[in-house]
Design a protein around this ligand. Structure first.
Ligand SMILES: Cc1cc2nc3c(=O)[nH]c(=O)nc-3n(C[C@H](O)[C@H](O)[C@H](O)COP(=O)(O)O)c2cc1C
Length: 266
């Protein structure tokens, strides 16, 4: 494995490799993205975002309903302890770590962010998941339509001193992600993790609208998809569904490194 130095998630540069910019991220898959998953992906990626995890009573109840219809979810008895234990299990791993969190209110987000901060990890606020159960209780994607509530969560997490990411999705009717980006940046977020769906150019809009670190996501699989997102101005790309497939991760790593080298010596 490449030797990498752990980076404190509160430092100004979002880096791995002891100073090289973070370019490749493993994205959360609920019920799957745990410390074992992150360790395996860590062979290839600069950052692994564990979770997502439901933090408060309404989001946990929604997660239970998801499990009842056969979706995988993390539902530990004590979510904060779970976050702490999972991140602690990765303390020897020289990549940036993070935890994707779902909540209907800011208090539990603040607590989870403090745990992340203590591990030098990134709390990632989930404004992305669109399952009915999660939307009905007012978390996940619903937060995109309610920027004030989203910003309350961002502010709560940022106040801990952690470097905060917000995971968003494109193609939500009535939601302009450029505006969302400006709002969450104003509330203290430093990173926006964008599931671009089939709207890849949205990355360029978000890049132009804010100084957030932009992670582009959705169907990042090969040289073509990596180049497309980075050409739109993404700082990094992320891999979700095939993040347990070393062949995909190796191919994406190679594409990302080739792009970075080309940028360094045009
Ligand atoms: C089974 C499954 C679970 C997921 N769980 C989460 C989650 O908990 N939080 C989140 O932000 N995104 C979640 N995602 C979305 C992925 O992180 C990613 O955004 C999406 O799969 C698109 O990227 P990909 O094409 O690389 O898979 C999940 C996706 C899948 C398929």
């Amino acid at each position: 494995m490449r030797e990498r130095k752990r980076t404190d998630a509160t430092t100004p540069e979002l880096c791995s490799d002891g100073g090289a910019p973070m370019r490749l991220v493993a994205a959360s898959l609920s019920g799957q993205s745990d410390a074992v998953w992150a360790r395996a992906a860590g062979e290839y990626v600069d950052c692994a975002i564990l979770g997502g995890i439901a933090l408060d009573a309404p989001s946990r109840e929604a997660a239970r309903r998801l499990v009842a219809r056969d979706r995988e979810e993390f539902l530990p008895a004590r979510p904060l302890e779970f976050v702490d234990d999972q991140l602690a299990a990765l303390s020897d791993l020289a990549i940036v770590t993070g935890f994707n969190v779902r909540s209907t209110s800011p208090g539990p987000v603040r607590e989870a962010a403090a745990v992340c901060r203590d591990h030098g990890a990134i709390p990632e606020i989930n404004a992305h998941c669109r399952q009915d159960e999660l939307r009905e209780v007012g978390c996940g994607e619903t937060l995109l339509r309610d920027t004030d509530r989203l910003c309350e969560q961002v502010r709560a997490a940022s106040e801990t001193g952690a470097r905060v990411s917000v995971k968003v999705r494109a193609e939500v009717p009535g939601v302009a992600l450029a505006e969302t980006a400006r709002a969450v940046e104003g509330a203290g977020a430093r990173i926006i993790h964008v599931d671009a769906m089939d709207s890849e150019p949205v990355i360029r809009e978000i890049r132009g609208a804010s100084d957030l670190f932009v992670i582009a996501n959705n169907e990042v699989r090969d040289r073509e998809s990596v180049r497309e997102y980075l050409a739109y101005g993404a700082d990094a790309v992320s891999v979700g569904r095939p993040s347990d497939d070393p062949r995909v991760l190796a191919r994406v790593r190679k594409a990302v490194d080739a792009w970075t080298e080309r940028e360094a010596s045009p």
